[in-house]
Design a protein around this ligand. Structure first.
Ligand code: NAP
Ligand code: GLV
Length: 306
């Protein structure tokens, strides 16, 4: 079995060593133009030339959860796309989102500023029941995030394409459920995949329909959010602020207004990192299962886009 590794911005050596240890019978190499055909590929943002040359690939293992960049390419005919299925990302996403929501709800930023300025002032506790959180996307990551928020006793709404039942979460689905979902939510957390249906989904119209004092946490993809609309709504006082981990242009330009806006917190696409050991173990398990002809989880449906 031949496995090729083609991951932009990723140090190849530790991945090769890990994959080789997990799949001792495999021949694993870093892809280069003109490389011999492989059976499986481990990829992140490969060039189109890779896809064109590796026409016989059986499965492409994406070393991330989101496959939008991969599906934008012309894929080898017959190649299955397999996304990372949690692999240690869900707990990180739960930490990140709960931190952002709790920090906003408890006004920790204002307390920290007061303390730095020599103050010792109490703020009136806010009502948790006034801070309903809406999680868009109830997949591998969104479900974990919604459950974690529910543990903090926030009212939690969830929105997915198909109907879902998640304990502690008021579930909405489909286009018909979107208005009700937005109207019921004050804090909006985005964990949707980027597809033609979800691009620009957070815009002036949809964000205006959040409850007054709305807050946005975007941890999925930058192209889900119309950034100028967000800034305009915050400046107009309709939204209280945002925490953004992803941006339409990454890296975010050094002089971008989102970096310095006083009501926006930014991080450099780091809310749920790919963890090498967990990812290698998952990919190796799936390759072995595929070779035995067994089904594996996390196969992407290219028509759905996720
Ligand atoms: P997933 O398991 O594929 O879940 C996607 C969820 O979105 C599902 O609940 C799906 O509904 C819902 N959905 C898709 N299209 C929809 C639509 N048009 N309307 C309503 N709901 C829709 O994905 P995941 O693993 O949770 O990951 C979500 C995204 O997070 C990834 O695609 C990636 O972009 C992003 N991500 C970001 C980071 C980071 O560091 N910032 C890290 C990892 C992932 P159904 O349940 O009905 O199918
Ligand atoms: C990161 O953004 C991922 O999709 O895993």
């Amino acid at each position: 079995m031949n496995i090729t590794f083609c991951c932009t911005n990723t140090k190849a050596e530790p991945w090769l060593q890990g994959l080789q240890a997990a799949l001792p019978g495999a021949h694993i190499t870093v892809w280069q133009p003109g490389a011999p055909p492989a059976d499986f590929a481990v990829v992140w943002a490969p060039p189109q030339q890779f896809m064109d040359e590796q026409a016989g690939i059986q499965a492409l293992f994406n070393i991330g959860a989101g496959v939008d960049a991969l599906l934008a390419l012309r894929l080898p005919p017959g190649a299955q796309v397999v996304r990372l299925d949690d692999a240690g990302m869900a707990v990180q996403m739960a930490e990140y989102v709960c931190h952002a929501v709790v920090r906003h709800f408890r006004e920790f930023e204002a307390y920290e500023a007061d303390m730095r300025a020599g103050g010792w002032a109490y703020r009136r506790p806010r009502l948790r029941s006034d801070f309903s959180v809406g999680v868009m996307g109830l997949g591998v990551l969104g479900e974990r995030v919604a459950k974690a928020l529910a543990h903090f006793e926030f009212p939690v709404n969830g929105w997915s394409r198909s109907p879902k039942a998640v304990e502690g979460v008021r579930a909405f689905h489909g286009a018909a459920g979107f208005d009700g979902f937005l109207a019921a939510s004050r804090v909006l957390v985005n964990l949707l995949p980027l597809t033609p249906d979800t691009q620009d989904i957070m815009n002036r119209d949809t964000l205006s329909r959040l409850q007054p004092g709305g807050y946005v946490v975007n941890v999925a993809r930058g192209a889900h959010l119309v950034e100028d609309d967000l800034i305009a709504l915050i400046d107009a006082g309709h939204l209280a602020g945002a925490t953004l981990d992803v941006f339409r242009t990454e890296p975010l330009p050094a002089d971008h207004p989102l970096r310095t806006h006083p009501r926006i917190t930014t991080t450099p696409h780091t809310s749920a990192r790919t963890l090498r050991e967990e990812s290698i173990a998952q990919i190796a398990r799936k390759i072995a299962a595929m070779q035995r002809g067994e089904p594996v989880a996390g196969i992407v449906d290219p028509r759905r886009g996720y």
